[in-house]
Design a protein around this ligand. Structure first.
Ligand code: NAP
Length: 293
């Protein structure tokens, strides 16, 4: 298929690489220069990439970025043609998604929100999991592209439901990781060996994929970004906004937002969100490490 891929960040670049590998004809664009993909045409601005494409796929930081790329100067809107499909794998506001979709649908263009789960490693391996909002026919057209980039697609309902679901998913990741990080901090203070604790956690009902993914990085003290803290904070805020709009109280997530706020103020915004552990460690005056080391 002829695909325009917009946004070559941690996730987007690997996704575009996998589209090229699968034999699709890809044009790429990224806001800052110097990012490109072998085998893809590098476009000068979003509408240039979108020119003649059957599908425009976005993977951008936040709602503001999607708005700029779709509707701003040189934006995708200028290259819309009836029958085109826009897919958005960024995590953004569900209500803004409905606004963007209405605007392009008026021009005969389908809009599918397709945020994903699975981090940098899954993006590289082509094993992302997508949660999608949009109509069946549009999803069916995107199937070969989902196959190139991911391993599973969950159709959550009409446009907007993919983004709503993504907020519900990341709310859980943020709370699970906070629980894990607080447990590790108290364990360190009480002298419990983390290397003995981890197999127990994973053998018990506390076990989780978040622990599987993050524990090896924590043991190596590697907080380089797989999922940057600034993006998790953005998702926490999106979930809290959606909760306020729908009159739902989320006291746990509000408390976690405070931890991320302080971590960001302390300059950790570009580290992985796992680095929030170091703030808890600082407050407790301990460092999580194997007792034997
Ligand atoms: P990233 O590495 O920060 O990349 C963000 C991309 O958005 C870059 O291409 C950036 O361009 C572009 N961008 C930012 N602001 C822009 C603007 N105003 N106009 C145009 N382009 C703009 O982020 P990522 O980790 O790839 O994540 C992308 C999206 O996927 C986010 O919504 C994130 O929440 C979601 N997500 C991430 C993960 C993960 O593990 N990383 C997992 C699931 C979902 P520049 O290169 O010019 O900065």
């Amino acid at each position: 298929m002829r695909v325009a891929f917009l946004g070559l960040g941690i996730m987007g670049r690997s996704m575009a690489v996998n589209l090229v590998k699968a034999g699709h004809e890809v044009a790429v664009w990224n806001r800052s220069a110097g990012k490109d993909v072998d085998g893809a045409r590098s476009a000068a601005f979003p509408a240039d990439a979108a020119q003649g494409a059957e599908v425009v796929w976005m993977c951008l930081s936040d709602t503001k970025a999607v708005e700029a790329v779709l509707l701003g100067p040189g934006g995708v809107e200028q290259a819309l043609t009836a029958g085109m499909t826009i897919a958005d794998s960024s995590t953004i506001s569900p209500s803004a998604t409905l606004r963007f979709a209405a605007r392009v649908k008026a021009r005969g263009v389908d809009y599918v929100d397709a945020p994903m789960t699975g981090s940098k490693i899954a993006a590289e391996a082509g094993s992302l999991i997508f949660m999608v909002g949009g109509d069946e026919a549009a999803l069916a057209r995107l199937q070969p592209l989902f196959q190139a980039m991911g391993k599973q697609v969950f159709h959550m309902g009409e446009t907007g439901k993919g983004q709503a679901t993504k907020l519900v998913m990341n709310l859980q990741i943020a709370l699970i990781y906070e629980g894990f990080a607080e447990a590790l901090t108290l364990a360190a203070k009480l002298g419990v060996d983390v290397e003995k604790l981890l197999p127990l956690v994973q053998a018990s009902m506390v076990r989780s994929g978040v622990v599987d993914y993050k524990a090896p990085f924590i043991l190596k003290r590697d907080f380089s970004p797989n999922f940057p803290l600034r993006l998790m904070l953005k998702d926490i805020r999106l979930a809290l906004d959606a909760a306020r709009e729908s009159r739902v109280r989320l006291p746990g997530l509000e408390a976690v937002e405070e931890v991320y706020d302080v971590a960001a103020e302390e300059g950790q915004q570009d580290l992985d969100y796992a680095a929030t552990l170091t703030l808890l460690e600082k407050w407790a005056g301990v460092e999580v490490k194997a007792v034997s080391k």
